[in-house]
Design a protein around this ligand. Structure first.
Ligand SMILES: O=C(O)c1cc(=O)[nH]c(=O)n1[C@@H]1O[C@H](COP(=O)(O)O)[C@@H](O)[C@H]1O
Length: 278
């Protein structure tokens, strides 16, 4: 069975290191001339799939913007996931789930079991109930060739107080998360299937990412103020593992399909230059 890490490695080599988020903010729906309802949501997503599904390596729908419309919004999420998979991009569902292990098992089957209507290639997860409370997710991902991206150093300013707190062993909370994920990726051939989320906004924090051997999702580019050039400062020698992620910066170019494609290509060119041609 091909692992998520293998699929991601191939997709990044073929399409370039770029993830684009589907974040249908109410303001974006209006800006695109759409209504702020399920119909507008559905049209927005169809346009993004048409523009980017066969272009970018990874598309990352943000679950919150679908959930706010209830069951009908989640139905749009299901069909968007299907369309994205058909168009050839990998789907990373941004849900940032985390709970006690027995509940995490249910989240795992919701997103990482191929028989689920919300089955995706990978999800985001929160480690703040303990990294290994996410073990059922790691196990199901390993069973079915899925991936999990665990929050380590998030892009928002509020994250630092928790994530950079120092534990009894002298490591920060974030470094402990990083080290546990590195363990999970031991033995990975190309790229491990267990990734981390490290914001492009955070500057040089001195964390050691060198042993991770998994993808490093870097949100915070564009709308949150980070530029592709900041990736060098944040990631240093770990740049080859970075998957830069943009949402509003690219989505602002819509609803014109050609303009969306051009915005994604610009973002990709900036990232390739910053990552040194990886
Ligand atoms: O897990 C994420 O994707 C994520 C982690 C993080 O530290 N910061 C962050 O902004 N995100 C998500 O990335 C997207 C950023 O959107 P833009 O600021 O519009 O590019 C949103 O969907 C956030 O929820």
């Amino acid at each position: 069975m091909e692992t998520f890490g293998d699929r991601l490695h191939r997709a990044m080599a073929q399409r370039g290191p770029l993830c684009v988020g589907i974040d249908p903010h109410p303001g974006l729906l209006t800006r695109w001339g759409l209504t702020d309802d399920v119909d507008g949501l559905e049209r927005f997503c169809r346009t993004v799939v048409e523009a980017l599904g066969d272009q970018v390596a990874v598309v990352k729908p943000q679950s919150a913007f679908f959930e706010r419309f209830g069951a009908r919004g989640v139905a749009v999420l299901e069909s968007t996931i299907r369309q994205l998979r058909d168009s050839g991009s990998l789907v990373l569902l941004d849900v940032k789930r985390g709970d006690i292990g027995s509940t995490v098992a249910a989240y795992a089957s919701a997103y990482l079991d191929p028989s689920s209507p919300l089955y995706v290639d990978a999800v985001t997860a929160s480690p703040y109930l303990g990294v290994m409370s996410l073990a059922p997710m790691f196990e199901l991902a390993a069973t079915h060739g899925g991936g999990v991206f665990v929050l380590a150093l998030t892009s928002n300013p509020e994250g630092a107080a928790v994530q950079r707190a120092v534990g009894a062993d002298g490591r920060t909370v974030a470094q402990a998360v990083i080290d546990e994920i590195a363990q999970l990726n031991r033995g990975a051939q190309t790229l491990g299937s267990f990734g981390l989320v490290v914001g492009a906004t955070i500057g040089d924090t001195g964390h050691d990412l060198s042993a991770v051997r998994g993808p490093l999702l870097a949100p915070g580019l564009g709308a949150q103020g980070a530029t592709a050039a900041d990736l060098r400062t944040v990631f240093g020698a770990s740049l080859p593992w970075v998957l830069p992620s943009y949402s509003r910066e690219v989505l602002h170019a819509g609803p014109d399909v050609a303009a969306l494609r051009a915005a994604a290509q610009r973002a990709l060119a900036d990232c390739k230059a910053a990552l040194g041609g990886f």
